[in-house]
Design a protein around this ligand. Structure first.
Ligand code: HEM
Length: 217
């Protein structure tokens, strides 16, 4: 009984709670408190931004805690044991983000993604392609932990291999870079001097990617 309790106790709950509170709080401060967005847009448009940031941070933590430990940064056992729950929660948050984005996706909401004739700009097309592919890869990665697939060793070895993970992580970066890089280099346009959410996300990504590059076996 005690053994079972110990096995299931990890730091997932507090880490996930802090990441979600930070992410939604950042979106509220940047867009509503120091920015111009009306509160009526909180439940969908702004919450979607907070959710996507929380998803990105949790997935980065999920991929980076192990390699960080390999590099000699002593990670608490509760944090290492939290990886599965963080990965699953990150994936579910991405699913919510994708559903919300599909519903919001129109020139009236995302003017900068569309040409005057209503078609997607090249940057928006590349960004959305990266997002959709990242989503599908994450889905495949989650599936690989299902027991009935675990017998297919070649598939599991491929999808959990270092090279595949390093390539797959880049899809998330493609989504962010093509969407946001123009705004990253224009600090005068940042609400309350706070960097855009896509930029905060890419900072987490860059740190996580470097850790994976040198620390993943
Ligand atoms: C079907 C897949 C996806 C679609 C259709 C999609 C769509 C979008 C859209 C429309 C935005 C702009 C949101 C805004 O500025 O309000 C966005 C931003 C974002 N997405 Fe996705 N996305 C997808 C997958 C992903 C995935 C897999 C991740 C994370 C791994 C992700 C993370 C983010 C982040 C962090 C932002 C930045 C939000 C901001 O700067 O405001 N997305 N996505």
């Amino acid at each position: 009984m005690n053994k079972q309790v110990n096995e299931t106790r990890n730091s997932a709950g507090p880490i996930i709670a802090v990441v979600i509170l930070f992410s939604i709080g950042y979106a509220i401060v940047r867009y509503h408190i120091v920015g111009p967005v009306l509160w009526k847009d909180f439940p969908f448009f702004i919450l979607n931004k907070g959710i996507s940031l929380a998803a990105f941070i949790l997935l980065t933590f999920n991929f980076a805690f192990g390699p960080l430990n390999n590099l000699g940064v002593k990670m608490p056992k509760g944090w290492l044991d939290a990886r599965k729950a963080m990965g699953m929660t990150g994936f579910l948050l991405v699913l919510i983000h994708a559903l919300m984005s599909f519903m919001l996706f129109s020139p009236d909401v995302y003017g900068k993604f569309f040409e005057a004739d209503g078609t997607l700009t090249i940057l928006a097309g590349l960004s959305m392609l990266g997002g959709v592919l990242a989503f599908v890869v994450l889905w495949g990665y989650n599936l690989s932990f299902q027991t009935h697939l675990r017998e297919d060793r070649a598939f599991i070895q491929f999808i959990t291999s270092r090279n595949f993970l390093l390539a797959a992580m880049l899809l998330g970066a493609v989504h962010l870079v093509f969407m946001g890089y123009e705004g990253w280099f224009n600090p005068s346009g940042w609400h309350g001097a706070l960097p855009p959410i896509s930029m905060v996300s890419i900072a987490f990504f860059a740190a996580g990617y470097i850790v994976n590059l040198i620390g993943r076996k």
